[in-house]
Write a protein that binds this ligand. Structure first.
Ligand code: PMP
Length: 374
């Protein structure tokens, strides 16, 4: 017995965990700073943790009320109908639901390169294929409608990541509109705003709200969907809860494609509490904005502008820099797997963690430079 031919499906490679690295290096996990997975350095919202404790006894029943309550709360937050909010296990789950709802076998999707690997993986699970549009390093990974349209060939789904992982660049809403206008009626533009809270600009949800987002975007669109997550600004990555906001015109497709009880009881309860914990989310956003500015100012390497909770830096040999920094207890992301072997991605940490990471990386960069010239 064998599974079907999975050779086209490459496994997802996550950032390395603290426990794993500590064990390998014989270090105390407490001494390590992990800035490789864009997690929240302030942890989860304390109110979310309290909600999990409070509702722990409720996990013997399926999450019906909490699922409904979270959906309604999100619909209210965004000014959309309940049907337009598709809860899922992480934003990853929403990518799968959109694949299920949109893709026939052999349909293509269009994704950015470098970019987030799961878009293509999900399409392949659904017997589709991923084509790529390039974001140019030389242009600071700028994202315009033209960058995408140059490579567009009628794909069923076009992914835009804004803020973009791993570069931190964004696409203006005017360009999202221009892109959706220029693509075929059968093409869905998915704006992945997993890092949206850290960006100051307006969410693409305003393009599909009932009121069309006010005067500037008067039409409610049926060809744009938006992804959001509780994993980043809300600090709930371990719970796996995210959602898509989709056009009203076909929002009822959720009932036909979702895995029943898509988000768990505790995930829903925690997310509900986190949405009301303004202090935690504001602190998280403020701290990420401070840290990304600090990294760009203080790191002795060229960096790219970022609207996310991470900064991409040009370091020459990413593998060597990551290995040397790791030996000093600082874990950052080697971007070779994104096709950027000269770049590292540094997630924003606490004030102390960010300062230590930058100091360590500067030492490593100086040493490697000496090594090269020796
Ligand atoms: N989109 C992007 C661009 C991401 O970087 C990530 C997580 N790394 C996700 C979506 C998925 O996040 P989650 O499933 O944790 O919500």
């Amino acid at each position: 017995m064998q599974p079907r031919d999975l050779s086209a499906n490459s496994p997802y490679v996550p950032g390395r965990g603290v426990e794993e690295v500590a064990r390998e290096l014989g270090l105390d996990p407490e001494e390590l700073i992990k800035l490789s997975s864009n997690e929240n350095p302030h942890g989860a919202s304390p109110d979310a943790v309290a909600a999990i404790r409070e509702h722990a006894d409720g996990i013997s029943v399926y999450p019906k009320a909490s699922h409904t309550d979270l959906t309604s709360r999100l619909a209210e937050k965004w000014g959309v109908t309940d049907e337009q909010v598709w809860l899922s296990p992480g934003a990853d789950g929403s990518i799968d639901y959109l694949s299920r709802a949109m893709l026939e076998p052999d349909d293509d999707i269009l994704v950015p390169t470098p970019g987030f690997a799961y878009y293509g993986m999900s399409a392949r699970y659904h017997h589709g294929e991923a084509n790529e549009y390039e974001l140019e390093k030389a242009d600071d990974f700028v994202q315009t409608a033209e960058t995408v349209l140059e490579q567009y060939a009628g794909e069923r789904i076009v992914y835009v990541t804004s803020p973009h992982n791993p570069s931190g660049s964004t696409m203006d809403l005017d360009d999202v509109v221009a892109l959706a206008d220029a693509t075929a009626d059968s093409t869905l533009v998915v704006v992945d705003e997993a890092y949206g809270e850290f960006d100051e600009s307006e969410s693409a949800v305003s393009l599909i709200r009932e009121d069309g987002g006010g005067a500037s975007y008067a039409d409610t669109r049926d060809d744009i969907a938006v992804l959001r997550t509780f994993s980043k600004a809300y600090g709930l990555a371990g719970l796996r809860v995210g959602y898509a906001v989709v056009p009203e015109a076909w929002a009822d497709a959720y009932a036909r494609v979702n895995t029943p009880f898509a988000a768990s009881e505790l995930a829903c309860r925690a997310a509900l509490a986190a949405l009301d914990d303004d202090d935690h989310v504001e602190k998280s956003i403020e701290s990420a904005r401070w840290a990304r500015a600090y990294i760009r100012e203080e790191l002795d390497a060229p960096t790219y502008p970022s609207a996310g909770n991470f900064v991409l830096a040009e370091v020459g040999d990413a593998e060597a820099v990551c290995e040397a920094a790791q030996r000093e207890g600082v874990i950052v992301r080697d971007c070779s797997s994104f096709g950027l072997p000269a770049c590292i991605r540094i997630s924003t940490g606490t004030r102390e963690g960010t300062e230590r990471a930058v100091a360590t990386l500067n030492d490593v960069l100086a040493e490697l430079e000496q090594g090269v010239h020796a």
